[in-house]
Design a binder for this molecule. Structure first.
Ligand SMILES: [Zn+2]
Length: 355
């Protein structure tokens, strides 16, 4: 991009999560033909405790904000607007934090407070919807008006952009893909109270749990493990100089990230867990596709870092469950937002049309 022809807009971005918050300045360069490039500056991070409450969150916001401006040496004069993501239920029209189930924070007029404090226009919405929108503004859907966004990290969320706008549903509850049922009976208990939800099965903690169960089954040689898989596993352990007892112990503290490393080293149990993850996500993605007939499905969140590990099984299941006649050109892609997707989501809210 020729920076001489690019218009620069600086947005102050706040990404509020359940356990942490980030602030940064996001420079957005726009050329006359609509191409956008972004740069993040002055990223500041604060940990949020579950019982921080509204005052604790507000104190963290002020603290991180000061650090971002100190790091960048910028002043508010250079900032066009503020974008903020809200974890939980949000009302984007008022920039209102309606409710967050994990922290109990409710009825927080976040946009009003930020506007009063810093004197800039404020845009705020639910973090998942904001990330979906960011994919349209900055990511792999800049030329796409109909797509489904799925984020897989500690939980699984979904966002819809339909006809070029975020579709939030009556009570911001659209695209709760994490609560699509993917295990008919005997599935794991989900935070929502149901069993067998995609979130309980294929989010980071679900990946770790299935790995622990699989290692245990194979280790014990019981019904859960086919003899072929056990033989493959023992061959892998022998070739890598590991032993079954140590692997069993390691599996107890394995995370989605360490299991991905194991899969890349060829551990057949880790490979199977990621294959299964792909099958669960692929099934849920096919339901979403059959409902809204999107042009793309985009997968973000921390687990998307392992996209290549689960994509083949995802696509195989997806295609098998898809109504193909109207979805011939549909693709499933990894997010283009990078690691700080939440900050990009916050910044994207300033770009109309929103909602
Ligand atoms: Zn659920």
């Amino acid at each position: 991009m020729n920076e001489k022809t690019a218009k620069k807009t600086t947005i102050f971005a706040l990404d509020l999560g359940g356990s942490k918050m980030l602030s940064a300045l996001v420079d957005v360069f726009e050329t006359t033909d609509g191409e956008r490039k972004t740069e993040l500056r002055g990223v500041a991070r604060r940990t949020l405790t579950k019982d921080a409450g509204r005052d604790g969150v507000w104190a963290a916001i002020l603290d991180a904000t000061a650090e971002t401006f100190e790091k960048t040496g910028e002043s508010w004069d250079d900032v066009a607007s503020i974008g903020a993501t809200i974890p939980g239920v949000a009302d984007p029209k008022r920039g209102y934090w309606v409710y967050a189930p994990f922290s109990g924070i409710a009825d927080f007029p976040l946009a009003d407070e930020l506007r009063a404090r810093f004197g800039k226009p404020v845009f705020a919405d639910n973090d998942v919807n904001a990330c979906a929108w960011a994919e349209k503004v900055f990511g792999v859907c800049q030329d796409v008006d109909n797509f489904v966004w799925i984020t897989i990290s500690n939980g699984i969320g979904g966002g819809l952009v339909l006809d070029g706008k975020v579709y939030a549903g009556k009570f911001s509850g659209a695209a709760e893909i994490g609560h699509f049922n993917v295990v008919e009976s005997g599935g794991a208990l989900c935070g929502c109270g149901n069993r067998g939800c995609l979130e309980a099965t294929a989010a980071g903690p679900g990946i770790a749990r299935r790995y622990r169960e699989l290692v245990k089954g194979v280790f014990n040689g019981g019904d859960a493990a086919s003899s072929e898989l056990r033989a493959d596993w023992l061959r892998y352990l022998a070739s890598s100089g590991a032993n079954a007892n140590a692997e069993f112990e390691l599996a107890q503290s394995a995370t989605a990230a360490t299991i991905a490393e194991e899969a890349r080293r060829g551990n057949p149990l880790a490979v199977k867990v990621y294959d299964d993850t792909g099958r669960y996500v692929g099934r849920a993605a096919s339901y979403a596709a059959n409902l809204v007939n999107p042009e793309k499905i985009v997968i973000g969140g921390g687990v998307a870092g392992s996209f290549d590990l689960f994509y083949p099984a995802l696509w195989e299941t997806f295609e098998r469950c898809l109504f193909k006649a109207t979805n011939k050109t549909l693709t499933i892609e990894k997010t283009g937002l990078g690691y700080e997707a939440g900050l990009m989501g916050a910044a994207s809210l300033a770009f109309a049309p929103y909602c």
